[in-house]
Design a protein around this ligand. Structure first.
Ligand code: IMP
Length: 421
């Protein structure tokens, strides 16, 4: 039987889109509280349940399983998107199952405007952002001109804060904003979820101390982390385990274990280096079969082989002991499957990722090749094909972790547990 620790963090170990949403959905039958700690509407989870498809950008997908979902102080929240998602999950979940941090920062239309404007004026080094205003909202937070969820509830105060924030940034905006109107609209939206705006840090601490199981959900992946990712081709938050501590206001001792999620191959959206990227028919085949299009922007994802050098680095930063591998079904039918185990750089073999972007551009992955496998979902539910097992065993050995879950298809039902966490 699958037994689980009381508190577990789920973190992406690649470039985002590892399938965390599906794993969180699967685990939230056990974890009655799911807390998200960073990012905003740049994230996208697609969950399929009983033939229906649900797309989430802010609320953890655990809400579909009736879990209480927390949007932590480390997030940047677009209230318009939040209102839409509340509407979508109404039939699954009473309103009181949603807890929104009063300290989380708000994404306004002027953040999205600036995000797109700044990307457009960069001649080189475009990041390929999602255009959801994430970078500018975090910039305002750290520049101490950000507006927090709690500020939305007082229209007059909100107006003054908006005036300051917009005036300071006006050279980076393409439109004029009617501050009175903006303040009125956002105040009205926030009033709809006023009762859900709480001190989420004390809510979580109280529940953890009572022994209630809590799952911490990271968005994006380690190689998009603002400190540890391939800077500047990163998002503007800490996607790694440190983000969970500051983004939720909980002591480190309250995170018992960390489950890392990887896709059986690698995908990336946006610009920047991608050492194992495939520019061939196999890449095309995986793109189509895996339906690799961004949930947030619809952009086709770039496809590459699994890069274990990147994964191992992510494991060390976040203290990952267990892995979930998603989309292993998509590799079925290929003659051979490759995995990068090292890089060639400057005539030497290295097993770490350089920190400088120009040096990352120069590395060449070294691959180990595995024989492919074929399976039907029913077969694999009983026994894993021999060659797939070899692939999984190699991942475990290389990374020093245990593969606890594999995902064999888009539905919740297509999930196989291999080892206890
Ligand atoms: P931003 O987070 O919108 O500022 O985008 C910064 C970079 O992170 C871009 O390369 C985006 O494509 C990427 N990114 C942001 N969120 C996600 C995600 O949820 N999945 C995959 N890539 C993402």
């Amino acid at each position: 039987m699958f037994s689980l620790v009381k508190t577990l963090a789920v973190i992406g170990l690649q470039f985002g889109d590892e399938g965390k949403g599906k794993i969180v959905d699967f685990l939230s039958g056990h974890y009655r509280i799911v807390a998200r700690y960073q990012g905003g509407s740049n994230a996208g989870h697609t969950v399929k349940v009983s033939g229906n498809t649900y797309k989430f950008h802010l609320i953890p997908s655990g809400i579909l399983q009736g879990a209480t979902c927390v949007l932590g102080n480390g997030m940047v929240i677009d209230p318009v998107q939040l209102e839409n998602e509340i509407e979508m999950v109404k039939e699954f979940s009473p309103m009181d199952k949603l807890k929104i941090s009063e300290r989380a920062h708000v994404v306004f239309p002027y953040h999205m405007d600036r995000d797109i404007f700044e990307e457009n004026i960069k001649s080189s080094n475009k990041v390929g952002t999602t255009g959801k205003g994430i970078g500018p909202a975090y910039e305002d937070k750290y520049a101490r001109i950000g507006i927090r969820i709690i500020d939305l509830l007082d229209k007059e105060k909100l107006e003054k804060k908006l005036e300051m924030a917009i005036n300071l940034r006006k050279n980076y905006l393409t439109k004029e904003y009617d501050i009175k109107e903006l303040s009125k609209r956002y105040n009205e939206i926030a009033k709809k979820f006023k009762k859900n705006i709480v001190d989420t840090s004390s809510f979580l601490i109280k529940n953890i101390e009572k022994g209630n199981p809590v799952l911490f959900e990271g968005a994006q992946g380690t190689h998009l982390d603002v400190d540890f990712g391939m800077y500047p081709y990163v998002t503007s938050s800490n996607t790694t385990i440190g983000g969970a501590i500051t983004g939720l206001g909980i002591p480190p001792k309250y995170i018992s274990k960390v489950l890392g999620v990887i896709k059986a191959y690698t995908t990336k959206v946006g610009e920047g280096p991608f050492p194992t990227e495939l520019h061939n028919e196999i890449g095309e085949q995986i793109l189509k079969k895996g339906n690799e299009y961004g949930t947030t922007t619809g952009r086709p994802r770039r496809i590459g082989w699994l890069d274990l050098v990147l994964v191992k680095y992510s494991i060390s930063i976040s203290g990952v002991k267990y892995l979930a591998i998603s989309k292993i079904d998509i590799l079925s039918g290929l003659d051979e499957i490759k995995v990068a185990y090292a890089y060639e750089y400057d005539g030497k073999v290295i097993k770490n990722i350089p920190s400088d972007i120009d040096n990352i551009m120069k590395i060449k992955p070294l691959y180990r090749t595995f024989d492919g496998w074929e399976f039907t979902k029913d077969d694999v539910k009983k026994e894993i094909p021999k060659n797939m097992k070899k692939y999984i065993d190699y991942i475990e050995k290389y990374t020093g972790t245990k593969v606890s879950i594999i995902s064999l298809g888009a539905s919740r039902e297509d999930t196989k547990v291999l080892k206890t966490i």
